[in-house]
Design a binder for this molecule. Structure first.
Ligand code: PRP
Length: 177
């Protein structure tokens, strides 16, 4: 079996725990935006799996669009000097926008992205992340909706990668080393 040969040391968050948490987040977001229409900005590639599950737990009118961002960092910490590889096709002016991320680490990527999107004058701009690693934070950041706060471990699966591998795993695992 391919999976058994991979250097994963533990399952940090199981498929079942992910499903339960995503449902809770969906309820929380639904309550918060009740009576409004929600626009999800899905940040590729990591948040693809999370966003696909989360949107199906929202009892609201929802539209979506995607952004792809590359970060110029050296080493494992992003610098916040980001480049938009693929921008939104839609205009977010006047909309209630929720950025969907898989993980917040240093916070540099999101801080920069927030400032870019804020200049487009949405009615509101909030953040939802599946995972948060506050111990790695370099910039202050208000996370509005968060699934799990985790320790500083290298996690893969459920959208998160190492060298583009492991995104398809249905759980969050810890990579050895
Ligand atoms: C990850 C994640 C965030 C960013 C967080 O993306 O999706 O965008 O890093 O790091 P930061 O808080 O230190 O800025 P990544 O660059 O790995 O791209 P990917 O989603 O395509 O895997």
């Amino acid at each position: 079996m391919w999976l058994e040969k991979q250097p994963l040391t533990e399952v940090l968050i199981s498929k079942k725990e992910l499903a339960q948490k995503v449902e809770q987040l969906g309820d929380q977001i639904t309550r918060y935006y009740r009576g409004k229409e929600l626009f999800l900005v899905i940040i590729l590639k990591g948040s693809l799996v999370f966003a696909a599950d989360l949107m199906r737990c929202l009892d609201l009118p929802v539209t979506i669009d995607f952004m792809s961002i590359s970060s110029y960092g050296n080493g494992s910490i992003s610098s916040g000097d980001i480049k938009i590889v693929k921008d939104l096709a839609a205009d977010i002016g006047g909309k209630d926008v929720l950025i969907v991320e898989d993980i917040i680490d240093s916070g540099n990527t999101l801080a920069k992205l927030q400032s870019i999107l804020q200049k487009r004058h949405p009615n509101s701009l909030k953040i939802c992340t599946l995972l948060d690693k506050p111990s790695r934070r370099q910039v202050d950041m208000q996370v509005d909706f968060c699934g799990f706060t985790i320790e500083d471990k290298f996690v893969v699966g459920y959208g998160l990668d190492f060298a583009e591998q492991y995104r398809h795993l249905p759980f969050i695992g810890v990579l050895n080393g």
